[in-house]
Write a protein that binds this ligand. Structure first.
Ligand code: MRU
Length: 337
């Protein structure tokens, strides 16, 4: 695997005394960086989607705890504020629980920083391993459709679903990549296309509403997505629109793969019904690129995640292995504490 070509973006960087974040709200037009010097800066960056993607917000939050330790901020307050920044991606809570345990065990600033670095390094290693595992499921010459952004920008590097796509392209298994726009934040249009074009991977953007028609043409054999939380029965929360892709895939005989590190698995949540779905400001639907396009006085409903039932998923790929046709029993066998 040519990681120099396929893994060079690092959106979350610790700089010794502050956290340097590539501001994902401005991509691809501008590559601007934010410097977070307080835990509160990290809370704001997560809430406002300057840093986004389940693993990346967990990693950023871990560095937020390091900043709180360095500045003498009350740790309980910092942990609570970071935890409340976004509700759906369990990687955030998982990373904070790890940092809380280290702090409670008496870790000093250096030890907290070592833990945050370990969380970041483990994520990159998991992604590279999942890339190999997921790509092995894909027949040579396949077309794939992905949703949202699950790449280097959303993780420590390489990506989850996009990591599988990178590995699949490198191995000649994937001949064509399609990416959905992912309204309203356009993570597919703005971020996934940015990553794929930089890697020189042949990719076509589609309107979200073109997905079922694309599947009907026979151009894609797999839908490959990431996850924000995988419940104990395999139900999977991911970016809004994922569920309708899974339904359309089942109808058209297209296979459906979820790729996520084990830090996204939440065995304490029995099923998808118990996953909190983030609701964002309806204003996000009224404008495109900062320009209002909807009549004044309109109302909107803006959930930003949905839950795909396990029954619609052909494979869940984590760094621990592949679970085909996930069930509560298979999840229990793989992730029992
Ligand atoms: O709102 P976002 O951009 O944070 O949502 C991101 C997603 O839904 C991703 O698919 C998921 O976090 C996996 S990222 C590897």
């Amino acid at each position: 695997m040519d990681y120099d070509r396929y893994d060079h973006i690092r959106a979350v960087q610790w700089r010794g005394d502050h956290l340097h974040l590539l501001d994902q709200r401005r991509l691809p037009q501008e590559e601007c960086w934010l410097d977070c010097r307080q835990a509160a800066d990290v809370v704001q960056a997560i809430r406002e989607l300057a840093v986004r993607g389940a693993p990346a917000i967990g990693i950023a939050a871990a560095w937020g705890v390091v900043l709180a330790g360095r500045s003498g901020t009350d740790m309980d307050t910092a942990l609570a504020d970071l935890r409340a920044a976004r509700p759906t991606a369990v990687n955030l809570m998982w990373a904070l629980d790890r940092m809380r345990a280290r702090h409670a065990a008496g870790a000093d600033a250096a030890a907290l920083a070592a833990e945050a670095q370990a969380i970041q390094d483990e994520d990159l290693a998991a992604n590279r391993h999942m890339g190999e595992l997921g790509a092995a499921l894909i027949a040579s010459g396949s077309g794939v459709l992905t949703h949202c952004n699950t790449g280097s920008l959303a993780t420590a590097g390489f990506g989850t679903a996009l990591g599988v796509i990178r590995a699949g392209v490198a191995q000649g298994r994937i001949a064509q990549v399609y990416a959905g726009e992912t309204r309203p934040w356009q993570q597919g249009a703005r971020l996934t296309m940015y990553e794929l074009v930089r890697d020189g991977i042949a990719a076509r953007l589609i309107a979200d509403s073109a997905a079922a028609h694309l599947m009907k043409t026979g151009a894609v054999q797999w839908v490959i997505v990431g996850a924000d939380r995988i419940a104990a029965n395999g139900d999977t929360a991911n970016k809004i629109g994922t569920y309708q892709l899974a339904i359309a895939a089942k109808y058209h005989g297209v296979k459906f793969m979820v790729v996520a590190p084990s830090s996204t698995v939440d065995m304490a949540t029995a099923s998808g019904d118990a996953i909190a779905i983030e609701m964002r400001d309806p204003e996000e639907l009224f404008s495109i690129a900062g320009k209002r396009v909807v009549v004044a006085g309109a109302q909107a409903w803006n959930p930003v995640f949905d839950v795909t039932p396990a029954a619609l998923i052909d494979a869940i790929v984590t760094e621990r292995g592949v679970i085909e046709r996930p069930t509560a029993q298979a999840m229990q066998a793989a992730f029992r504490a």
